[in-house]
Design a protein around this ligand. Structure first.
Ligand code: SF4
Ligand code: SF4
Length: 287
């Protein structure tokens, strides 16, 4: 079964749509090449037959050859082809990530865009999924995670890519805390501090290294955090942890597979720190 996936790159939108079958007029009228990623030799022929009216190239990890192809044929747009039959284990996912990052780098060098414009504003048709299945059954990795890998490569700047990694995790954390009402705030008091006079949860820290006096965090304004600090967002106190509520870096696909150990340390330890400062640290430590 084949599906086409479109991604919306507008900042306020986090849409990905997995829809229509491959033979529709959505794909006509634009010059593009389908770059097959991780397609086993034995599958190539079967898949080629299904998309024979389009230009196709199988990326076998030989970056030099792909770069030559893109330059020689002046390829302006590509759509990435993923064969889910080739992604069955965590190692396959790691291989997929390595390959798609390499592909992204080559596309940026050759000024080739990933995707063609879709019908809705901001929508870009970017991926064709072959042998589509809803559940991957690989650890806690889901199909939208694989799509996030492509979305990341569609951003051309390093800052935009790190911003996406950061925001992707923050949005998921906000969603978890808000929709599940994890801290159970009532009259500005969370479940942990309910029987105390403390309001606004755990947004307090020691005055300085030598003091045991707790003061309100300077980024707490009008009972809201103005720092968008990912480290604070991942924190859960003993009360929540006893309920089994705990967030680790490995729970977030992009943080887990895209950050190096030093960057992960930054995410683990940067409490009470605004996003732009954490972002600067991440970018200094990464490619
Ligand atoms: S993590 Fe715990 S202490 Fe912090 S706001 Fe939530 S319930 Fe309160
Ligand atoms: S930075 Fe952390 S402690 Fe300070 S307001 Fe934001 S979440 Fe609370």
């Amino acid at each position: 079964m084949i599906r086409i996936c479109s991604i919306n790159l507008k900042e306020e939108s986090n849409d990905t749509k997995i829809s229509y079958n491959v033979r529709t007029d959505k794909l006509t009228g634009t010059n593009f090449t389908i770059i097959g990623l991780m397609l086993d030799e034995k599958d190539n022929e079967v898949i080629s037959n299904q998309i024979r009216e389009y230009n196709t190239y199988y990326f076998d990890s030989n970056g030099g050859r792909l770069e030559k192809y893109l330059r020689e044929y002046k390829v302006k747009h590509i759509i990435i082809g993923i064969n889910l039959n080739n992604i069955k284990t965590e190692n396959d996912v790691k291989k997929y990530i390595r390959r798609i990052r390499k592909l992204g780098k080559i596309c940026r060098r050759c000024k080739t865009m990933i995707g063609i414009l879709g019908e809705d504003a901001g929508e870009v048709i970017s991926i064709i999924i072959f042998n589509y299945r809803e559940n991957l059954n690989i650890k806690n990795i889901k199909l939208p995670d694989l799509i996030d890998s492509t979305k990341l490569e569609m951003y051309r700047g390093k800052k935009q890519r790190y911003d996406y990694i950061y925001e992707n995790a923050c949005t998921k954390l906000d969603y978890e805390f808000q929709t599940r009402n994890l801290c159970d705030f009532k009259d500005n008091k969370c479940i942990e501090k309910r029987k105390t006079n403390v309001i606004c949860g755990c947004c307090r820290h020691y005055k300085n290294l030598f003091s045991r006096k707790l003061i309100k965090c300077e980024y707490l304004k009008n009972k809201k955090c103005t720092a968008r600090c990912i480290t604070c967002k991942m924190f859960t106190c003993d009360t929540l942890q006893k309920q089994g509520i705990k967030f680790r870096i490995r729970d977030f696909y992009l943080l887990n597979y895209y950050l190096n150990p030093m960057q992960k340390l930054v995410i683990k330890t940067s409490y009470f720190t605004p996003k732009d400062k954490i972002m600067r640290r991440l970018m200094r430590l990464g490619k």
